[in-house]
Ligand binder design. Structure first.
Ligand code: TMP
Length: 308
């Protein structure tokens, strides 16, 4: 059902209904907001996770696609194989009972096996273009306006994802209908041969629980799928000098996205999309602001509208 409802901003100890925004410590948040405002846009950067953070967790009543599961390879047998891995590992990803080291090993195993299937199954760049066109991926309301505002103010946005960089860039191209010079993607990047066929992945695998180890990758230049450097200012020092951070994520591991930075003020916003009851306490302690099952990204008002 398309149930539009106005959410509220609250200090709470237990989760209530959808579309609620929870601020654990409003005084701390207000102080951070004031400090960030005072320093101005030249000191600010935004670091955002992609799947289920910038994009909706629910799309038309069903789970929205992630950069991984929107992919339809030409070879359907391999889609099935990847789906089987998803069915096994995804519940483990959000399990509140598996110890973190054990979970990190499981996630690494999942990512390695999926990447291997993509290469083995002969994924092509054309598969990516058509998969994105047919996908159920939707940005949360407010994302495009946020990107536009940040572009106007020359504030860089780092999209830091354990998904697939080439897919995310194609989603940005197709779904936002324009490019943003201030938006850069750090994620698992593919290597294609001259026929547009995937042959390998670049560098060390980024999964949901090792983002902290890759936080400095944000310094690397951005290249598009044709290998051309593009987009934003690649001057590392300019990003390092931006010591105020707005961090958006849907996983507690996303907090590690800013580990490479010696930040002064950091506001963290967590989207709690699933396992609401069991994870609420952890999220409330970990993030300054928690959005419960929201589809909106109304960061200025800290309120949102839920329409699951
Ligand atoms: P992100 O939140 O950093 O964008 O994480 C990527 C998501 O991709 C993560 O929630 C798990 C998901 N995923 C799949 O859907 N299929 C896969 O094969 C793999 C490895 C991950």
């Amino acid at each position: 059902a398309n149930n539009h409802r106005r959410g509220t901003t609250k200090t709470m100890t237990s989760p209530t209904k959808d579309g609620t925004v929870v601020v654990g410590n409003p005084d701390t948040l207000e102080k951070k907001k004031a400090a960030i405002k005072f320093a101005g846009p030249s000191k600010l950067q935004v670091i955002a996770d992609f799947d289920a953070t910038l994009t909706k967790y629910w799309v038309n009543g069903s789970r929205g696609h992630s950069s991984h599961n929107l992919l339809q390879q030409g070879n359907p047998e391999y889609n099935l194989k990847r789906q089987k891995l998803y069915d096994h590992y995804h519940p483990l990803e959000f399990s509140p009972t598996i110890p973190i080291e054990e979970k990190a090993k499981l996630m690494e195993e999942w990512w390695e096996r999926t990447h291997a299937l993509l290469v083995e199954g002969g994924l092509t760049y054309d598969d990516i273009t058509s998969s994105v066109a047919n996908s159920a991926v939707a940005f949360r309301e407010g994302v495009i306006e946020l990107f536009e505002l940040l572009e106007k103010k020359d504030v860089p946005v780092l999209v830091f994802s354990a998904g697939l960089a080439d897919i995310i860039e194609e989603v940005l191209r197709q779904k936002l209908h324009r490019s943003f010079k201030n938006v850069k993607v750090v994620s698992n990047r593919m290597v294609f041969d001259e026929n547009g066929k995937l042959v390998a992945f670049k560098g060390k695998t980024i999964h949901v629980l090792n983002k902290n180890e890759h936080a400095l990758d944000m310094a690397a230049p951005v290249h598009d799928h044709l290998g051309d450097a593009h987009g934003l200012n690649n001057d590392t020092s300019s990003v390092k000098n931006r010591t105020n951070v707005l961090l958006l994520g849907d996983h507690i591991g996303d907090l590690g996205m800013s580990d490479g930075l010696d930040y002064e003020n950091r506001i963290t916003v967590g989207f709690l999309n699933d396992n609401i009851e069991s994870s609420f306490d952890d999220y409330r302690k970990a993030f300054d602001v928690v959005f419960l099952e929201c589809t909106h990204l109304c960061l200025t008002q800290w309120t949102c509208i839920s329409h699951k």
